[in-house]
Design a protein around this ligand. Structure first.
Ligand code: AMP
Length: 464
């Protein structure tokens, strides 16, 4: 184990060869709050464009004062939770910053969630306020006053647990700041960077890009949905691109610009084919990073290294070890305290090993059964529960099938009740009333019985 700690620390030096005292450097990354650093940026660069979204733009100064107006009109107290489940817009950004500025905790959810899904989150998060639409605040900006501390919870980030019940991850400003700033340092993020992405802001991957922009005083071109041509066109003027492997795979053509200095890929396993394709289209292979909602950004390939089939090495501040079963375990100031076990380590549920050629981490699979489809996480149990709610279904099992377009395709196997007719289309329709589009099974197959292991658990590998 000690050798893995040494390996982790050597990794920090590989990412930041010019920082003499990396421990002190990492500690300082956590001082502050997200909205506090955004406010400092707004004072330093008020007129610089912070975010472009469609035909609208907002400067750092305007965004900061919009956040202040939302903070004044929300009527919440420090520590209150606010569920933000609205489509992305400049107002969404203002409301998000307003919640933090008022000392509140932002609970971010997919606006495409059905009522039933949102109710699950409301039950778990007990928000003081739910925002499904955001109206223009008529209040004057709240005068600047810091209502939060680095160790205040900023986000209750939701991942649905393997049981299908949503699980909130309390992340402090310090967790979030160290996570993104360590990556920014490793990726040489600068004020002049222009990031483009088409990722949702209710997930840490896309939200991290917003945080980096606010902290650095750089610019973000946000695409409200992924359209390959539009992303490629936007990439012409960008210096940094964030995307998931499915997106890289669907890009066709060549961007005219040569400003793009960094493409980052994460959230799902990369493949050689996708890396090669991205390199052809963009002129550079994506830099792979790995992280989880609970632990932030944890590993990254080194910015100057040649492309490889790995997820890189620990980012500054992250200690990584492999359990006996190969499970990746993490420790560090990025990790949500609530998810640390009594021995001080967070269990990721991912299975990893060190690649002999590069000495970098490779992910082989997951102990948890999560499906990653188009970069979005789907927990089989949640889809099974939805299908089993249909009166004709006796039982259902769900797993991801390897698929070129989606990475993994949500696929269901159902056992019908005796005498009940099987109609895959009707079952998918039924699932649509309970699940967001990306969670719905793309294919449903009929079975006489489900394969189970010796303790009665469904054998999802057997299904595949
Ligand atoms: P989430 O909490 O939604 O960010 O999901 C975290 C999970 O995504 C991890 O536990 C991994 O299974 C997976 N993941 C994230 N990044 C990568 C990557 N670069 N390669 C493989 N899997 C990844």
């Amino acid at each position: 184990m000690d050798s893995m700690l040494e390996w982790s620390r050597a990794a920090w030096r590989r990412h930041l060869p010019n920082v003499p005292d990396i421990n002190a450097f990492v500690r300082e990354l956590g001082d502050g709050t997200i909205h506090g650093l955004a406010h400092a940026t707004a004072i330093a660069s008020p007129d610089k464009v912070a975010v472009r979204l469609g035909h609208e733009v907002i400067t750092h100064g305007e965004l900061d004062s919009l956040g202040g107006r939302h903070a004044a009109s929300l009527g919440i107290s420090p520590g209150d939770r606010v569920l933000l489940a609205a489509p992305v817009s400049l107002s969404w950004l203002g409301a998000y910053l307003g919640i933090l500025r008022a000392g509140g905790i932002a609970v971010l959810a997919n606006p495409a969630y059905t009522q039933a899904e949102l109710e699950g989150i409301v039950k778990a998060a007990a928000p003081a306020l739910v925002l499904r639409e955001i109206s223009r605040p008529d209040a004057e900006p709240q005068p600047w006053n810091e209502h939060a501390a680095p160790d205040s919870v900023a986000l209750l980030a939701f991942t649905s647990g393997t049981t299908g019940k949503p699980k909130g991850v309390p992340l402090t400003h310090r967790n979030l700041l160290i996570s993104i700033r360590a990556a920014m340092a490793a990726w040489r993020w600068k004020r002049y960077d222009r990031l483009v992405h088409a990722l949702p802001l209710f997930h840490q991957h896309g939200l991290g890009g917003l945080h980096a922009t606010l902290i650095a005083g750089s610019s973000l071109h946000l695409l409200p949905r992924f359209e390959p041509e539009e992303l490629l066109r936007a990439a012409e003027k960008a210096t940094v691109l964030f995307a998931v492997p499915t997106m890289y795979q669907r890009l066709e053509g060549k961007p005219a610009g040569d400003r793009l200095r960094l493409c980052v890929s994460g959230s799902a396993p990369p493949s050689r084919a996708v890396a090669r394709h991205a390199e052809e289209v963009l002129g550079r292979a994506p830099l792979v990073r790995y992280g989880t909602t609970e632990s932030g950004l944890d590993t990254s390939q080194v910015i100057s290294d040649p492309p490889a089939d790995t997820v890189g090495i620990p980012l500054p501040g992250v200690e990584l070890r492999l359990g006996e079963d190969g499970e990746i375990q993490l420790r560090g100031p990025q990790v949500a305290a609530a998810f640390v076990e009594s021995d001080g380590w967070f269990r990721t549920g991912d299975i990893g090993r060190l690649d002999e050629a590069t000495g970098h981490l490779v992910i082989d699979g997951r102990t948890k059964e999560m499906i990653i489809t188009g970069g979005m996480k789907v927990y089989p149990r949640e889809v099974e529960v939805a299908l089993e709610a249909h009166p004709d279904v006796a039982e259902a099992a769900v797993a991801g099938l390897a698929n070129e377009r989606w990475g993994e395709q949500v696929t269901a196997w159902v056992v019908m009740r005796p005498g009940a007719p099987f109609d895959a289309g009707r079952l998918i329709e039924h699932a649509s009333t309970l699940l967001a589009p990306y969670k719905r099974p793309k294919e449903i197959k009929r079975m006489e019985s489900l394969p189970r292991n010796h303790v009665g658990k469904i054998d999802r590998r057997g299904l595949r």
